[in-house]
Design a protein around this ligand. Structure first.
Ligand code: HSE
Length: 308
């Protein structure tokens, strides 16, 4: 295998209460990436999008992943990567994770599937570290494997794929940028025991709800008493969107990753589409441009479009 073209999905991390441990893949938006194995050791990054991301491999999320793979396996070959990014950086929809996961996944295929799942996650986390300063796998894991994943631990890497309930996801991305590194910096370093107990109940309830396909349990577990109260102040109209979505029949939802995107889960397509219109109208009213995505949970993760 010399060349591969892949479709790399956006992801919603945290799933409200599971900060840094839960995430799910969605169908839209997605990035397209082409990776080529080179006979020479260079790593070449090309961006065919308008986001102005660095193309120096040591400063590029996909680049550092490939550099680490190359170094670890003492490869004499290099890689050329072309990225067509549609997941806007700083959207809270796993843009950096998509580049990192796509690089690890693509390199693995080009190298004859010689990396284990844990190794793919391990190398992809170098990209997240470059983007946010922290090695977290809650976007990377669902991006690669699809569905909903639980990062039981990121050191050592222990990822548990969970079944994906048949639900619709609505995500709104208001065009304001929130950097993950900033959204992490404002978090409190200590948590009250009573808040931790409430959060543990919600996380356990959410995971149990997902595994039992108990939709009402999923809905009543989507509460976050630790991160959302702090981060939501960075997102215009967060409370209004949440209240209106719940009134319109959303099961629950909250900040997507570190924001500013907001996501909601809904059982029916009509409800999801209605919520999407509501979300957009809230931002239209205050003249903030927004993009809305309605999709099912994506069970596949990264997909190979072409290989040569
Ligand atoms: N778990 C990470 C955070 C996801 O909330 O900071 C970032 O997309």
């Amino acid at each position: 295998m010399k060349k591969i073209k892949i479709k790399v999905p956006a992801t919603v991390a945290n799933l409200v209460c599971g900060f840094d441990i839960l995430g799910m893949a969605i169908h839209e938006p997605y990035d397209e990436m082409e990776l080529k194995l080179l006979d020479t050791p260079e790593i070449i990054i090309k961006h065919e999008d308008d986001f102005g991301l660095p193309e120096d491999p040591s400063q590029n999320v996909a680049g550092v992943v490939l550099q680490n793979i190359q170094k670890h396996f003492q490869l004499t070959q290099g890689f050329e990567v072309t990225i067509r990014k549609h997941i806007k950086p700083g959207s809270g929809l796993g843009s950096s994770a998509a580049s990192a996961a796509g690089a690890a996944f693509g390199a693995n295929v080009l190298l004859g599937n010689s990396l284990s799942d844990e190794e793919m996650i391990h190398f992809a986390m170098f990209g997240e570290e470059l983007a946010s300063g922290v090695r977290h796998a809650d976007n990377i894991a669902p991006c690669i494997f699809g569905g909903i994943t639980l990062v039981k631990s990121s050191s050592p890497i222990d990822i548990i794929p969970l079944s994906a309930p048949d639900l619709f996801v609505v995500a709104v991305h208001p065009q304001v940028e929130v950097k993950t590194s900033d959204a992490r910096q404002i978090l409190k370093k200590n948590v009250l025991l009573k808040d931790a107990v409430e959060q543990w109940g919600n996380i356990a309830g959410l995971v149990a709800g997902i595994l039992k396909n108990d939709i009402p349990l999923i809905g009543r577990s989507l509460h976050d008493v630790i991160v959302e109260p702090v981060r939501s102040i960075l997102i215009p109209k967060f409370d209004e969107i949440k209240i209106k979505s719940l009134e319109a029949g959303a099961l629950g939802g909250g900040i997507s990753g570190s924001g500013p995107s907001i996501f909601m889960l809904a059982e029916k397509k009509e409800t999801a589409e209605h919520i999407a219109r509501l979300m957009k109208s809230v931002y239209d009213e205050i003249e903030i441009e927004s993009f809305v995505y309605v999709s099912k949970i994506n069970p596949a993760g990264i997909e190979i479009i072409e290989e040569q």
